[in-house]
Design a protein around this ligand. Structure first.
Ligand code: G4P
Length: 281
């Protein structure tokens, strides 16, 4: 589902996250490891202010491993602790509690020094743009299936704490924030990776963007996937070649460009072209 983010929705989403911040010790900011900047909320620093935070590069299973490592260093340089995770498969998610504990150790040590014998569990909130994997991570950490709240800013239900082992509790409703869609390229990246699914952007435009990107950064995979000897420089010719090879034809034999676009984007989103990162630090 794609949300229509109007200014009123953004203000409300911001307010809702800020309300939740009062209840928690730490925020897990979820981003897409394939597009760590484009999948961030543009006002995140302002919204979270000084709340302790860990950046989680989710869907790392679909991203280029070497580039994800560069992103981790990038965030660390900005004094933000970052972890690469795969919420669906579970890889990396076990480190989250330990990392949070480490980050909050001074706060909890102070509580202990005040004579609080049984410290309460750490309280955490997951925030991120739609489709970044917030519900998947909540379910992974909870070890069970928690129903997803409607992806609409302002749709709320009674909040509950979900136990994550003995040491952490998680708010069951994540903070849903809007992406940075002022720049056209950000929108194209969000669409190429599947964060924006509906036909908000023209499918062929998104496929053109993806093919140009692949041609520039992963030409061998492009050749291999579509059995191309050479990659035509002209984008229409590239569509033609892929269409011919894959039988994306209309009645009468002309190339069906929508079908080619669909096929390419499906391949990009399902790792048929390998693990792809669309952004480098
Ligand atoms: P949200 O709450 O932030 O909106 O996201 P949600 O958990 O619903 O996840 C969106 C999609 O991303 C889901 O796919 C989910 O399975 C997938 N996903 C989440 N985390 C990961 C991850 O770490 N790795 C991979 N490979 N996929 C992940 P879906 O329900 O099948 O939706 P669709 O996008 O396939 O239609």
């Amino acid at each position: 589902m794609t949300i229509q983010w109007f200014p009123g929705h953004m203000a409300k989403a911001k307010r809702e996250v800020q309300e939740k911040l009062k209840l928690i010790d730490i925020v897990f900011e979820l981003v897409d490891a394939r597009i760590p900047l484009s999948s961030r909320n543009p006002m995140i620093d302002e919204i979270l202010a000084n709340k302790p935070r860990i950046v989680l590069l989710n869907k790392a299973d679909m991203a280029d491993e070497a580039i994800t490592a560069q992103w981790i260093s990038y965030f660390e340089q900005q004094a933000l602790h970052a972890l690469a995770i795969d919420s669906q498969g579970g890889k990396g998610t076990k480190q989250i509690v330990a990392a949070a504990k480490n980050m909050l150790k001074d706060k909890f040590a102070k509580m202990a020094a005040k004579g609080i014998k049984n410290p309460r569990p750490m309280r955490a909130l997951i925030v991120g743009i739609p489709n970044v994997g917030k519900s998947t991570l909540i379910n992974r950490l909870a070890g069970k299936h928690i129903a997803k709240t409607g992806d609409k800013p302002g749709v709320t239900k009674a909040q509950q704490w979900i136990k994550v082992g003995k040491e952490m509790e998680l708010l069951d409703t994540p903070g849903i924030l809007w992406p940075k869609f002022e720049e056209e390229e950000v929108g194209l990246k969000l669409a190429a990776t599947g964060a924006i699914k509906d036909a908000i952007l023209n499918l062929q435009d998104v496929a053109v963007y993806a093919l140009r990107f692949l041609n520039q950064h992963y030409p061998d995979r492009l050749k291999e996937r579509y059995s191309l000897q050479e990659i035509p420089e002209d984008i229409v010719e590239l569509f033609d070649e892929i269409g011919k090879r894959r039988g994306c034809l209309m009645a009468g034999g002309a190339i069906d460009y929508d079908k080619v676009a669909e096929l390419v984007l499906r391949d990009v989103r399902t790792e048929k072209l390998g693990r792809l990162s669309f952004e480098k630090p």
